[in-house]
Write a protein that binds this ligand. Structure first.
Ligand SMILES: Cc1cc2nc3c(=O)[nH]c(=O)nc-3n(C[C@H](O)[C@H](O)[C@H](O)COP(=O)(O)OP(=O)(O)OC[C@H]3O[C@@H](n4cnc5c(N)ncnc54)[C@H](O)[C@@H]3O)c2cc1C
Length: 496
């Protein structure tokens, strides 16, 4: 049983390649070869229409190793599409970067023209921040190399790598670090926003494992940052999102790891939800750092509603069996799929459910405790709709042992993330499904304090409040490295 099977009905939209209208724009295929116009339409940072000279675009294409694509390039249609099918936007041009020099050229091109910029890592932004109409998309998809340094237990990861690239390369060497629950999510956006995963109670968030990064700032400079080199900027990127530049590579701490572990899902019928949640509401307080477990309530395509827990025990299996025994003995279980299995089974089991092209909406909030009132509201709010589900992501453990202001990520004290998310394919359902999800989440919101920006559609609405004590410091760093607010397609921190 997959905890997100609700989404299975969603068939990924095919990415159809269309053929040149204006002509391609790469080194082998000169840009804009077939059009008589000398410029194309672009959009400035403040929304005004601007002209982009084709000669300048050609120059950018010549300076870059990777291709620069205009509408009509064979790869333009496939590249502009991001994961969430709701965002059907058409950039004026796409700079597909191969290295930090390419990124620097693309950033300089945009800054000199005050052209709107969207940076695409893995393309999984719920609100669609990695694509824009009429601006420049800086696409990092081909910068996905992962180099493992086994001696120092470090992973050097390209800014456009996916979580599966990171997991696979690390696991091959008997190592691991915190990565999220769907392997086709991008390392870039995931890490810059915090980075929750199934190992976070033991190893912390992804940002807690970043040891250094290479970043291209708005001035086009390629900077190496760490606790020793520009510590302020290094602090800001660990939770501050894509506000400060384009990260061309990350260096992560890795840990020795036994990849076969006790894991899987356990499922009960929804009529046992109260018993399961009330048990969990007490039990979670004593969880070991090795254990990742949390409730989900969902409805299958056939209309059957269930409550389930996904489990990963990152430690001695015998100890795990003992810790999990009370959970497994609870009520009448529909299915107990907890067994010894490879970590990648868990890390990829939701990939198909969250397939590319699905139309998706998500809201979340961070809860400091699971009270009886919250449990009552979880039960009361539940909507038996196969398009929508309620998830939790267990935090605490190592996440909580880092101070609130030690990194830019502000929600260290939360025990769990409460999420309502959904997926459907029919655009006609957008408004109604989103309204249902909003109503559902509104009943949970009073139990939360702030939200995890990475899993939030409306994250840009209360940026200052959500960063709390970290906001003023973030705005100061932003002013130093991006006073013109070139990188604004994010939950935007305005320069102080
Ligand atoms: C199916 C799915 C599963 C998810 N699971 C998890 C999970 O388990 N844990 C979790 O914590 N989150 C999870 N998320 C949320 C995820 O972390 C965010 O959506 C994140 O923004 C995705 O990063 P990306 O690079 O794929 O996104 P993109 O859409 O490419 O980018 C998102 C934002 O980050 C910026 N950005 C991306 N890469 C870079 C870079 N290299 N340098 C500078 N800016 C960059 C973009 O400009 C944009 O503002 C999930 C999301 C989805 C859709």
């Amino acid at each position: 049983m997959n905890r997100r099977k609700f989404c299975r009905t969603a068939v990924a939209a095919g990415i159809a390649a269309s053929y040149p209208v204006l002509g391609g724009c790469s080194r082998s295929e000169p840009p804009v070869a077939t059009s008589a116009d000398t410029s194309i339409r672009g959009i400035s940072l403040d929304g005004a229409e601007i002209e982009l000279e084709k000669a300048a675009i050609r120059e950018l294409g010549d300076a870059m190793t990777g291709p620069v694509m205009l509408s009509g390039h064979p790869d333009y249609e496939g590249t502009r599409k991001i994961w969430n099918g709701m965002h059907d936007k058409r950039p004026a041009l796409i700079a597909q970067c191969m290295n930090s020099d390419d990124v620097s050229n693309a950033v300089t091109f945009a800054r000199e023209r005050e052209l709107l910029v969207a940076v695409r890592g893995g393309g999984h932004s719920w609100p669609g921040r990695s694509v824009c109409d009429d601006g420049l998309m800086i696409d990092l998809a081909r910068m996905h190399d992962v180099r493992i340094d086994t001696e120092n237990k470090r992973a050097h990861v390209g800014g456009g790598a996916l979580l599966g690239h990171l997991d696979n390369a690390s696991l091959e060497k008997g190592l691991v670090t915190t990565a999220g629950v769907v392997s086709h999510t991008g390392v870039g956006g995931f890490t810059l926003g915090g980075g929750f995963g199934r190992l976070n109670r033991k190893y912390g968030l992804a940002i807690d494992n970043v040891r250094s990064a290479e970043i291209v700032t708005a001035d086009g400079q390629v900077r190496r940052i760490s606790a020793e080199e520009d510590a302020e900027l290094f602090w800001a990127i660990r939770g501050g999102g894509g506000n400060f530049g384009v990260v061309s590579s990350f260096e992560f701490q890795l840990y020795p790891f036994e990849r076969k572990l006790l894991s899987g899902s356990i499922v009960w019928p929804i009529d046992q939800a109260r018993d399961v949640l009330e048990f969990y509401g007490e039990w979670y307080l004593g969880l070991s750092d090795e254990l990742y477990v949390g409730p989900t309530m969902a409805t299958m395509p056939d209309g059957t509603s269930v409550i389930l827990m996904e489990v990963v025990y990152n430690g001695d299996p015998a100890q795990g069996e003992k810790e999990l025994a009370p959970l497994r003995a609870l009520g009448t279980v529909m299915e107990d799929g907890i067994k010894m299995q490879d970590y990648t089974v868990m890390q990829t089991q939701e990939d198909a459910a969250f397939s590319h092209g699905v139309r998706s909406y998500a809201k979340n909030g961070m809860a400091k405790q699971i009270t009886q009132e919250l449990i009552d509201d979880m039960l009361d709010a539940f909507v038996p709709d196969p398009r929508l589900a309620f998830f939790t992501h267990t935090a605490g453990g190592a996440i909580k042992r880092v101070g609130e202001t030690d990194t830019a990520f502000p929600h260290r004290n939360a025990e769990t993330m409460l999420i309502v998310a959904g997926g459907w394919m029919d655009p006609e359902q957008d408004a109604e499904a989103m309204a249902t999800a909003r109503t559902w989440f509104a009943k949970l919101q009073p139990h939360t304090g702030g939200y995890y920006d990475n899993i939030e559609w409306e994250g840009d609405k209360s940026v200052a409040g959500n960063y709390g004590p970290n906001f003023a410091r973030l705005a100061t760093v932003k002013k130093r490295v991006d006073a013109g607010n070139l990188f604004r397609m994010n939950s935007n921190i305005k320069p102080a």
